[in-house]
Design a protein around this ligand. Structure first.
Ligand code: CA
Length: 430
């Protein structure tokens, strides 16, 4: 693969999440100014204000897409369909390319529209109409199952359907928003009756989310061969979870108040085009596992429907901040280990005729791997509190304390190309 370079110097830094190849979309406004929110693209440590570029720099499909960047959410761009964002990204790559024949003219045209990222306030990238959370990591499902049902950790439906639940869109917040410790009902094993109060078992869940671009009409399922074109791009998702509340409420209808008090997402949406070099084979099913139903099976999806995305969870306590310690990594996993591909989740979700709309969000569920270090939430990482983690300050953690900051990160690396997702950060408050 030829690595294209940008004339934006910071996009060349070895550890940048946002080289020329990435160009994720987000919504921002100036910290200081009273300008309206608008769509930007991340390049190095800058935000490219697409709507500030001259219309004459674009034509055709790319022009229509650039026009949509004056909106205060990505929904307009998403609803145009995948070829529009693809054409816009391709044109922006030309304009930012250090080896382009017209580099001097391009620089002159683009430089005034570059804003320092530190001067930009990032907002939610889309107006999210509906949010669904899946449970696609078989390692996570098995581990959690082992804790609650040692005899039958994996329920009989798991290898047949991508299990999920409808989450709540109204409480999805952008990275940096404080998360208030929720109150709720819980009942411990030795208590005679449930009690109401602040959760004592607050957890994070390390997940990836996919934004739907073009939707489908009610009653018209998406075919697996078309599923990719309905995906706009990916972000990080922290599905904050109150385990004690969850345990008391989850039967028979699944998660409810244990989850819907807050979900944090990262502000930059990495496009499927940027992720194309990081496609991987779908999870290898074990001998004896059922084959996916025909509507969930596609040869191309099997050979390249997974994504090689490394995902990490980091923690910084209030005392660590006070004592000058950096955040510590709690886990590192990989999205390619999910039992189901994003295409299979899309197809399953719409197989009954349910309709997706532009800006809908689906999340993968906690991403865990086989090793202990790849478990993507505290209940798994500490095995329900039995194996506390020790922080550099000698504090221990089983679940989150007030003042703890959870930072999720993700990146892809292959053949010298590295792209990242930025951060998904949230601090727990009382
Ligand atoms: Ca979850």
């Amino acid at each position: 693969m030829t690595l294209q370079r940008s004339w934006v110097a910071s996009a060349q830094a070895a550890n940048t999440d946002f080289p020329l190849h990435n160009l994720p979309f987000g919504v921002f406004r100036d910290w200081e100014g009273d300008d309206a929110p608008r769509v930007g693209v991340a390049i190095g440590d800058r935000v490219l204000d697409v709507s500030a570029l001259k219309a004459s720099l674009f034509d055709g499909v790319a022009k229509r897409a650039a026009d949509a960047c004056a909106e205060s959410t990505l929904n307009a761009l998403m609803s145009l369909g995948s070829e529009y964002a693809t054409a816009l990204r391709a044109r922006l790559i030309e304009l930012l390319d250090a080896s382009h024949a017209d580099i001097e003219t391009n620089k002159k045209a683009v430089q005034p529209a570059l804003i320092a990222m530190k001067d930009a306030e990032m907002l939610l990238p889309a107006q999210i109409g509906d949010y669904t959370d899946f449970y696609a990591s078989i390692h996570h499902a098995t581990n959690v199952g082992l804790m609650f049902r040692p005899d039958t950790p994996l329920l009989p439906n798991y290898k047949h359907i991508p299990v999920g639940y409808h989450g709540r869109a109204s409480s999805i917040v952008v990275s940096g928003t404080a998360i208030k410790r929720p109150q709720g009902q819980s009942k411990s094993d030795d208590a005679e009756a449930p009690s109401f109060g602040p959760t004592k078992m607050l957890d994070y869940e390390l997940e990836m989310g996919a934004f739907i671009g073009g939707g489908n009409s009610l009653g018209e399922p998406i075919a697996i061969k078309d599923a990719r074109t309905h995906l706009f791009g990916l972000c990080l998702v922290n599905d904050w979870s109150a385990r004690d509340i969850q345990r008391w409420e989850y039967q028979p209808l699944g998660p409810f108040l244990a989850k819907n008090f807050g979900t944090t997402i990262s502000p930059w949406v990495v496009t499927m085009d940027a992720l194309e070099p990081f496609r991987a084979r779908a999870f290898a099913r074990a001998q004896g596992d059922p084959a996916p139903f025909p509507h969930l099976y596609d040869e191309t999806d099997q050979t390249s429907g997974a994504l090689d995305v490394i995902v990490e969870a980091w923690l910084e306590s209030a005392k660590m901040r006070d004592d000058g310690f950096e955040a510590v990594r709690l886990s590192r996993g990989n999205m390619k280990n999910l039992y189901w591909t994003l295409a299979q989740m899309v197809v399953h979700h719409t197989s009954n005729g349910c309709n997706f709309k532009p800006g809908d969000l689906i999340a993968t569920g906690t991403i865990s791997g086989e090793e202990k270090e790849s478990r993507g939430c505290l209940i798994e990482r500490t095995w329900r509190g039995a194996e506390p983690l020790t922080l550099p300050t000698d504090e221990t953690r089983t679940f989150l304390q007030d003042g703890d900051t959870v930072i999720l990160k993700a990146y892809c690396e292959r053949d010298g190309l590295r792209i990242g997702f930025g951060e998904c950060r949230g601090t727990v408050s009382a």
